[in-house]
Design a protein around this ligand. Structure first.
Ligand code: AMP
Length: 544
């Protein structure tokens, strides 16, 4: 027997309409390039999102077309978060830290029809403009008039009366947004978020035992809006009507601390590298900032060290909330919130908070190894698999589910974990061949292939080693070809011509041979063990 409930579609229009009806007076703040604060309200934001939606349609953007953004975190980006999907098109956020070759590939594969781009990022865009087939380039921000052939965002909006917008009847399983994930081998893969997935994920974020986002919060996402929709925070914050604060391009500790104090931020989110910088700044200037409103520093993207969680709590009274997720999981998967357990000692609680945590409602986890699904004993390791309404079912343009999805409908994460009796998951290792530096991926395979293209290199393996600031940095182990010579600096310079600067391994170590498995693959566990206590001489100091 069928239930007799309305077939109400879960779309971003429902979030936008709610914001318009209930939260019109609430504030949205952006830190501008000159460090002043731009302020407007949800009412302004909704009006402009509607204008954007109509303007895109008038430009010829059709339902299902991809509209890219190449932007920092700011209110115009938020307008695109809603304006693009409300037109039926798909918001495709581009990672501005990628190499122009990767951006070219991604834009062409996604077949983006239009792009919204920060004026400050135009020089970056010009590097690959000729190689991508984008019809319309719309320039956001103060640029003294858009260059020839480009549209100006403000003029683009001004040409439309918001009254021309009417809420469309969208289907909940229609695509709303898209984000590319780094391929472990081969090219990056597109993840297509449905309206339904984002709406349910927003509800998931608002639950008190997950992130607990609510109307009275003031949210500042440090995590870029091009990184899994800033972890879904702009959508969720709009859903609950929280004040939103966007840092613009100012992600240094002092600017963030100023913004926290100035705007009375309650909840902020980012990768551990950001918090390590903030912790250092707070330690150097104890009491310099009034952070009495700040109740949650959400950390994800890489493991939050126990010492960091403890130091924030004990030295500065600040609560770190550790969470795990992926591009493929919209991203919230697990959260390390202390469950009611009066027996647990303080140290045990810190141990727990440094784990990746328990699955959030509607996300299921299991781990599997060669013997099958592993017991939840906190000891047996297996690859983490997840399923749920905001977990990808297949990659964009792939017709088969491939080896990342199991025949019985779970997504294989590539993270090697243990799960304990209470369902607390802890990452032990990573099956995927990537380095995660400051929350952004570096493909070790791509670096190895490039190195092995150098005439003096016979073999090369790149491994991730722990790094105090970036969590991980790449080290290249290189076997030179018989009779050939090359210095570490030569090889680094060679890679520097082919990859973004921050991808280049901090160190190149020459070795006699690369250990291999029985089937001939590089045995990186052995290399990692060998270089376990390695100290990088020169640390990369910028990732931007
Ligand atoms: P991305 O798709 O770029 O968001 O990366 C997802 C991957 O980042 C996961 O599969 C993990 O390998 C890693 N990751 C995310 N959150 C955490 C965390 N809290 N602790 C350790 N690794 C994490």
């Amino acid at each position: 027997m069928q239930g007799l409930m309305m077939d109400y579609q879960l779309t971003l229009c429902a979030i936008l309409r709610r914001a318009e009806q209930l939260f019109g007076r609430k504030e949205i703040v952006t830190r501008l390039a000159d460090k002043s604060f731009h302020r407007y309200t949800y009412a302004d934001c909704v009006r402009r999102a509607k204008q954007l939606s109509v303007a895109l349609q008038q430009l010829g953007v059709q339902s299902g077309d991809r509209v890219a953004t190449f932007c920092w975190n700011h209110h115009q980006h938020l307008e695109a978060y809603f304006g693009v999907p409300a037109s039926g098109a798909v918001l495709h956020t581009l990672n501005l830290r990628l190499h122009p070759d990767d951006l070219t590939y991604i834009i062409n594969e996604a077949d983006d029809k239009a792009i919204l781009i920060d004026s400050a990022l135009l020089p970056l865009f010009e590097k690959f403009r000729e190689r991508v087939g984008i019809d319309h380039v719309i320039v956001v921000g103060d640029h003294g008039g858009a260059p020839d052939g480009y549209l100006d965002y403000e003029q683009f909006l001004a040409a439309v009366d918001p009254g021309e917008f009417s809420y469309p009847e969208l289907a909940e399983n229609q695509a709303a947004a898209m984000c590319y994930t780094s391929g472990t081998t081969g090219q990056p893969k597109g993840v297509l978020y449905s309206h339904r997935a984002i709406v349910l994920h927003s509800l998931g974020i608002a639950l008190p035992d997950t992130v607990g986002l609510r109307e009275s919060d003031v949210v500042l996402p440090v995590v870029p809006m091009f990184h899994v929709n800033a972890w879904g925070l702009p959508f969720a914050a709009t859903f609950v009507g929280a004040k939103q604060v966007f840092p613009g391009p100012h992600l240094d500790p002092t600017s963030l601390l100023e913004a926290y104090q100035n705007e009375r931020v309650t909840l902020t989110a980012g990768v551990p590298t950001i918090w390590l910088g903030i912790l250092q700044a707070l330690d150097e200037h104890p009491g310099a900032y009034d952070l009495s409103n700040l109740h949650t520093l959400a950390v994800g993207g890489a493991a939050a060290p126990k010492t960091m969680i403890r130091d924030f709590q004990e030295r500065h009274g600040l609560n770190v909330l550790h969470a795990w997720g992926m591009t493929e999981t919209t991203p919230l998967g697990t959260v390390a919130r202390i469950e009611s357990d009066p027996e647990a000692s303080e140290d045990e609680q810190y141990d727990r908070r440094a784990k990746q945590g328990q699955p959030v409602p509607l996300v299921e986890i299991r781990a599997r190894n060669a013997e099958g699904v592993v017991p939840w004993d906190g000891e047996t390791m297996g690859e983490l698999e997840v399923r749920g309404p905001w977990v990808a079912a297949v990659y964009y343009k792939e017709t088969t589910t491939g080896d990342r999805f199991t025949p019985d409908g779970w997504f294989r994460t590539g993270d090697i974990v243990t799960i304990d009796e209470r369902g607390w998951m802890e990452i032990q290792d990573r099956a995927k061949d990537l380095v995660k530096s400051g929350g952004e991926w570096i493909s070790s395979v791509a670096l190895e292939n490039a190195l092995m293209g150098h005439p003096a290199v016979a073999e090369a393996a790149v491994i991730a080693l722990p790094h105090p600031k970036w969590q991980e940095r790449p080290l290249a182990a290189v076997v030179l070809a018989d009779g050939k010579k090359a210095t570490a600096d030569e090889l680094r310079a060679y890679l520097g011509e082919r990859f973004a600067k921050w991808w280049v391994p901090d160190s190149v170590e020459f070795v006699e041979e690369i250990p291999r498995t029985a089937v001939g693959k590089f045995k990186k566990t052995v290399l990692r063990e060998r270089f376990r206590d390695y100290v990088f001489e020169s640390a990369a100091d910028s990732q931007a």
